[in-house]
Ligand binder design. Structure first.
Ligand code: M6R
Length: 555
């Protein structure tokens, strides 16, 4: 996943941009680069590999200038080489540009540009944009960028500088997150980034761009423009947007003594689950208070069907939500991968509520699925972590999970935060649909115990670590669970694949006998999720089946 950082102001840009890029390292990348402008000329340093490679180059030959852009690249078009790393430049080395996303029509554009005599250096889709801007530049960078973008199909978050326009950065967004940070404490400086973690050390005043918007940054300020109609010959329209205040503290985006962010975030869960419930449980009334749902009150009163759409871990949380809402509130729920929902012709009738679940609030498929649902007339609710993110802004109402920044790419505390909020939501609906006061109070009391139960589980971490060591050399794992723990099994298998590069599959435990059982022998560890719930005895029978075939059971 790529990252963008930009700076314009009185300070040297290189160290600020480098620091911002380091804050984005957690997102994964395979090359990095920075460009600055100094005394009318553009200078670029890039390196394949980790940021330390780039630092090596910068030590040999530092960049000067108080105005620049930087990037961490995750290769999509073209190998992860230094040439393909961003920033990219035009033929005259006056324009430098960094880009997140994919320019889908890059090959057509490239052919046209080559016919006009442009020579390309990289294999990337991004480089075409530099050449189009070069072609269109007539002394005003924002005009050239707005027009260039009207020729582009696909997704982008970009930041661009031009040697003839010192002290200016132009940024724009379509389907890929971008924000600007406004200098604090009287500093006349501006930042740009794809993720707030890159700038939060220097400012908490940010403006999130919407799709189809462009911003022009100088040390003295910014202007925000709607360029969505540029392709139809319309001039950019000025937009005013409230400044959002980021309430994270620096400690939340630092490792705090843990070996890595994922571990830190796993251990934060007793607190993050408590934070997700804070002020929301009503003991006396035996229900949940969810202020963000007020705008949807009428919808929720009359809802006949719920469709939840999400990706990855958030999709797994959605299935747990489906089970809880159907069991407690008796409202039919369907769960759809956002990437499928957006390209189908989904049925959305009156009485359908669509819920989008997302940690980041910026996942392109989830955003597009939401928009598809809205275009079909559905009211949209969000369950989101990142306050002020695109998904949060585009919903009609919703509930934040308040897990704080999830820096580890593998979702952990956000998953349990999503489950907590889904449980609150299921309770809220159920109490309106026949759950008794007594049952409601019992549910609230049980939820109050969650943080402590999670803490007790985490106390087992050294025992869990020794089991992990024992099985670390196995190449395949099965994760099995029933009921609420079927989606938890899916999530366990996803985590193992993502983090350990070990193949793993999740199944409902009873499905094992319909095929996967053929795989079970002493080389196939099977992880069972088997708490003492209503299906416990069923799961223990499945455990026996595995043992009978010599399989190793981790329960
Ligand atoms: O930010 P989102 O929840 O929308 O992200 C969706 C998935 O990309 C995400 O949950 C992914 O599967 C996890 N990072 C896996 O750990």
């Amino acid at each position: 996943m790529c990252g963008i950082v930009g700076y314009v102001g009185p300070r040297e840009a290189q160290p600020l941009i480098l620091e911002g890029l380091r804050r984005l390292e957690y997102r994964g990348y395979d090359s990095a680069g920075i460009a600055t402008i100094h005394e009318g000329s553009l200078d670029v340093r890039k390196a394949a590999g980790k940021i330390v490679e780039l630092e090596g180059r910068l030590e040999e030959s530092p960049l000067v200038g108080s105005h620049g852009i930087g990037h961490t690249r995750w290769a999509t078009h073209g190998a992860p080489t230094t040439i393909n790393a961003h920033p990219h430049t035009d033929g005259s080395d006056r324009v430098a540009l960094v880009h997140n996303g994919i320019i889908e029509n890059h090959d057509v554009l490239r052919i046209k540009l080559e016919e006009l005599g442009h020579e390309f250096r990289s294999e990337t889709d991004t480089e075409v944009l530099c050449h189009i801007i070069e072609e269109l530049f007539d002394g005003n960078l924002e005009d050239a960028v707005a027009e260039a973008l009207s020729h582009v199909e696909g997704a982008y978050g970009i930041a661009v500088i031009h040697a003839d326009e010192p002290g200016k950065i132009v940024v724009a967004r379509m389907g890929s997150p971008l924000l600007i940070g406004i200098g604090e404490n009287g500093e006349r400086e501006m930042f740009a980034a794809s993720d707030v973690a890159a700038v939060v050390r220097h400012t908490r005043q940010v403006i999130y761009l919407n799709d189809g918007e462009m911003a022009v940054l100088t040390a003295d300020g910014h202007s925000l423009l709607d360029i969505s109609e540029s392709g139809n010959g319309e001039a950019p329209r000025r937009v005013s947007r409230e400044v959002s205040r980021v309430d994270w503290d620096l400690g939340q985006i630092e490792r705090g003594g843990y070996e890595h962010f994922m571990l830190k975030e796993i251990f934060e869960q007793p607190d993050t689950i408590r934070d997700a419930m804070r002020g929301r449980l009503l003991e006396e009334e035996g229900t949940a208070k969810l202020g963000g749902l007020l705008p949807l009150e009428d919808v929720l009163e009359n809802v006949e069907r719920i469709v939840i759409t999400a990706c990855g871990t958030s999709w797994h949380a959605a299935i747990v939500g489906e089970y809880m809402i159907e069991e407690l509130a008796r409202i039919p729920v369907e769960v759809e991968y956002a990437s499928e929902f957006r390209y189908r012709r989904p049925i959305v009738r009156d009485g359908t509520l669509v819920i989008a679940i997302s940690q980041s609030g910026e996942t392109a498929d989830t955003l597009a699925a939401m928009r598809e649902a809205r275009s079909r007339g559905a009211p949209i609710m969000g369950i989101v972590n990142v306050v002020g993110s695109s998904i949060a802004r585009e919903t009609d109402g919703g509930v934040y999970i308040h897990s704080g920044p999830e820096i580890g790419v593998a979702s952990t505390k956000a998953f349990t935060g999503q489950l907590t909020v889904l449980a609150l939501f299921a309770l809220y609906l159920a109490r309106r649909r026949g759950m008794s006061l007594l049952e409601g109070r019992e549910f609230v009391a049980a939820m109050r115990q969650l943080p402590e139960l999670v803490r007790l589980s985490l106390d087992e971490s050294s025992a869990i670590e020794s089991i992990a060591r024992e099985y670390a050399d196995n190449a395949n794992f099965l994760y099995l669970g029933r009921g609420f723990n079927f989606p938890v099994a899916l999530e366990g298998a996803l985590k193992l694949k993502e983090i350990s590069y070990i193949h793993a599959e999740g199944y409902p435990a009873a499905e094992m006998k319909h095929g996967p059982i053929a795989l079970i022998d002493q080389n196939m560890p099977v992880v069972f999720i088997a708490p003492s719930d209503s299906v416990y005895h069923k799961v223990t029978s499945n455990i026996e089946e595995v043992k009978a075939r010599g399989g190793k059971v981790i329960a």
